[in-house]
Design a protein around this ligand. Structure first.
Ligand code: ASP
Length: 298
């Protein structure tokens, strides 16, 4: 039986390489997507996920993460979590150990403590420096009479996996947009917007301006396109095109949007509406590597 694993951005490559070994040797998709997210969460060089991320406007790192299992459509998500390095693993505990789908803020942190997760400092020198830099940049923009609605640094690790038993899973993890307001939640932990997976069909995960992605439930739409028979690459492209076009029509502007998709046969693909998007992937017939994506014609 074929298998595959795909994740947003080049920073996922180390996690994808480790998780490809896991699924290639018969491991589960749920373990694989969690593994990739944890690799990125633990990497201090990634400024927008987990430890060492860009703080919110108050200088605090607030994390969002989710995980979904494609056989049963079970979901676990946490939002606005402070002081825990691996929110994806807390989300997994929500999925497996509670009757709920989502825990936020204090509730999610209390739950993590009860489950034995260790509280840690997420800020490091680099994220404090970034925060000071962004604060100065925001001040400059405001002085010039420009608002600063453009997000100041963002990117999410979004993963989809198919294992050798045909089970699929998806996960996301992010600190959201740099200098966000405290309590802000983007698309990443929202089912259908930042991620979706159904083992009968395939899965999708997104990265980009969450406020825009959630307006069109882009990942749910991409999975439904695969259900209609589109390949993962085609579904990703059509979903990004539709989101891009609809937002331009209705709002006159659209932020960066990118998604990755995989189907239940081990095919995968990605699409974006901006330059510079890359994803990492591996499958039964492709060794782990990074793919550069050509943006859709706007
Ligand atoms: N989608 C994330 C958010 O809006 C950020 C990103 O992926 O770039 O929180």
């Amino acid at each position: 039986m074929g298998w595959c694993i795909i994740a947003t951005w080049k920073f996922s490559l180390a996690g994808i390489t480790a998780a490809a070994k896991l699924v290639g040797e018969g491991g589960s998709s749920l373990d694989a997507v969690e593994m990739v997210a944890r690799y990125v969460e633990d990497d201090p060089s990634v400024e927008s996920v987990g430890y060492g991320a860009i703080p919110n406007v108050d200088g605090e790192i607030e994390l969002d993460a989710a995980i979904m299992e494609g056989d049963t459509l079970s979901i676990g998500a946490v939002m606005c979590v402070k002081g825990y390095r691996n929110p994806v693993s807390i989300a997994r505990r929500v999925l497996e150990d509670t009757p709920h789908n989502i825990l936020v803020g204090r509730g999610a942190e209390d739950f993590a403590a009860r489950k034995g997760f260790e509280k840690t400092m997420l800020l490091n020198c680099q994220s404090i420096e970034k925060w000071l830099e962004k604060k100065a940049e925001a001040g400059e923009r405001l002085k010039k009479g420009l608002d600063y609605k453009v997000p100041m640094g963002h990117d999410t690790v979004g993963i989809v996996s198919l294992d050798t038993l045909g089970k699929m899973a998806s996960a996301t993890s992010t600190s959201g947009t740099g200098m966000k307001l405290g309590g802000r939640v983007g698309d990443s932990p929202l089912v259908g917007s930042g991620f979706y997976v159904d083992s009968y069909v395939g899965g999708a995960a997104a990265t980009g301006v969450g406020e825009d992605i959630m307006r069109c439930c882009t990942c749910f739409y991409a999975v439904e396109l695969m259900r209609e028979g589109y390949s993962p690459g085609e579904a990703a492209e059509l979903a990004v095109k539709k989101t891009h076009k609809r937002l331009l029509e209705k709002r006159g502007r659209v932020g960066n949007i990118a998604i990755v998709c995989a189907d239940n046969k081990g095919n995968f693909g990605g699409a974006c509406n901006h330059q510079g998007f890359e994803y990492a992937a591996a499958s039964h017939n492709c060794p782990p590597r990074v793919y550069m994506v050509t943006p859709i014609d706007g």
